[in-house]
Write a protein that binds this ligand. Sequence first.
Ligand code: HEM
Ligand SMILES: *[C@@H]1O[C@H](CO)[C@@H](O)[C@H](O)[C@H]1NC(C)=O
Ligand SMILES: *[C@@H]1O[C@H](CO)[C@@H](O)[C@H](O)[C@H]1NC(C)=O
Ligand SMILES: *[C@@H]1O[C@H](CO)[C@@H](O)[C@H](O)[C@H]1NC(C)=O
Ligand SMILES: *[C@@H]1O[C@H](CO)[C@@H](O)[C@H](O)[C@H]1NC(C)=O
Ligand SMILES: *[C@@H]1O[C@H](CO)[C@@H](O)[C@H](O)[C@H]1NC(C)=O
Length: 376
Amino acid sequence: MFLLSHIYIVLALQLGGVFGVALRPYESLAGLTREEVDAFARSVKVVGGQPVPPAIKDTSSKLVNDKAHPWFPLAPGQQRGPCPGLNTLASHGYLPRSGVASPGQIVTAVQEGFNMAWDLATLVTYGAFLVDGNPLTNLMSIGSTSRLTGPAPPKPALVSGLSTHGTFEGDASMTRSDAFLGDNHSFNETLFDQLVQISKEVGGGKYNVSAAAEVRFQRFQDSVARNPTFNFANPRFATAFVETIFPLAFFIDGRDKSLALDLDVMRGFFKDSRMPHDFHRREGAFEGGGDEFDIIQSSHNYFPGFNNGTVNNFVPDPNFLGTQTEEICALYEKFVNTTMELYPNPQGALRKALNVNLDNFFIPVSSGCTQLHPFP
Ligand code: HEM
Ligand SMILES: *[C@@H]1O[C@H](CO)[C@@H](O)[C@H](O)[C@H]1NC(C)=O
Ligand SMILES: *[C@@H]1O[C@H](CO)[C@@H](O)[C@H](O)[C@H]1NC(C)=O
Ligand SMILES: *[C@@H]1O[C@H](CO)[C@@H](O)[C@H](O)[C@H]1NC(C)=O
Ligand SMILES: *[C@@H]1O[C@H](CO)[C@@H](O)[C@H](O)[C@H]1NC(C)=O
Ligand SMILES: *[C@@H]1O[C@H](CO)[C@@H](O)[C@H](O)[C@H]1NC(C)=O
């Protein structure tokens, strides 16, 4: 007890005690659930930034819906969010089933479960973690705000998970509504039905690259027409296209080389966070799918931009981005900028943790972009 109180006091001194924790170290743990006790334990522990775990060595295809990773339906208190990939990993136990994980756990899980390349995993995970995670406890919710992520640093920091609109979560998702129009993180049956319809029309009844291109365009047009706040600028201009490729890259069984995804299998991942029986992950690590990205992005006349406050008035983002390298560096810069907005003047353990995670985030783009040091 002495030790816990001591750590709590150190934390309180460092952060001015602005926490909003439900539990205090001196409160009784009696009658709490296992998760509440876990939450308590986390609420007094500063883990801070940690090194990125190493790349997995064996990237061959193998059974991943295995005995060690059975699917379970959601239990009370567990949450899922806007990403069908991470939702599925949590529902199969590759990530904690609570839906609260460290960035290191996420980097390892997306490699193990789906063979996402280490670089891509590192970029996406640390970008998300900087803007949606808790740098002190080193935990992030893959859904909405959760007390399991522990006491948050003071505002304007937003430690509210991947469902937070405008940090990473964005508009014109395939199966989730725009935040302006409705529920921005739950599976939407109407939207999935539209995807099925398009896949029947141009994919021969499957979700293939042609279907992906038309789904992307239809969702874009729908947001232009109905969402006055529609934002399709950096970083959404990149992630919106990459995410249409992810189902082709990751949800097709590794023994199937067709690049066409069965719609029932797709629904299982997107709606139920569930791998099909006997599912084998892809063969080889997936680095980003440059060819498919180009096909889908050039299939219609897109440019990064936003509606100007009224519908059907889509105007270009003044910081127009040219080549794909520039797009990635701009994405990197945008996440760093958002981190600075969320943490205007971080001190002590918080500053140290942010710097470790900023360094981690930079690793995958280090050969092509210039590192920014917002907290020297
Ligand atoms: C590496 C860590 C990852 C993070 C932090 C992450 C985070 C996210 C977030 C925040 C979104 C919501 C964006 C939006 O549509 O507004 C999203 C969407 C998506 N993610 Fe992930 N993701 C990760 C890895 C993966 C993996 C490994 C897969 C596939 C196995 C995946 C598949 C998808 C798909 C398909 C969507 C689009 C959903 C839709 O448009 O309806 N993600 N992800
Ligand atoms: C699901 O999407 C449809 C079509 O865009 C929309 O009308 C409906 O409001 C959405 N549902 C929710 C809960 O957001
Ligand atoms: C995202 O959707 C949920 C509804 O499920 C809503 O409570 C939340 O406010 C939305 N976020 C934003 C920023 O609109
Ligand atoms: C998608 O499937 C349809 C129907 O089989 C086919 O015509 C189309 O060429 C496929 N698209 C790609 C990019 O292979
Ligand atoms: C948006 O653009 C339209 C068409 O150019 C213009 O009529 C409208 O005034 C603009 N709205 C704002 C808020 O800038
Ligand atoms: C980041 O912020 C700086 C300083 O405000 C700005 O000049 C730059 O354009 C921003 N970068 C992006 C990609 O938004």
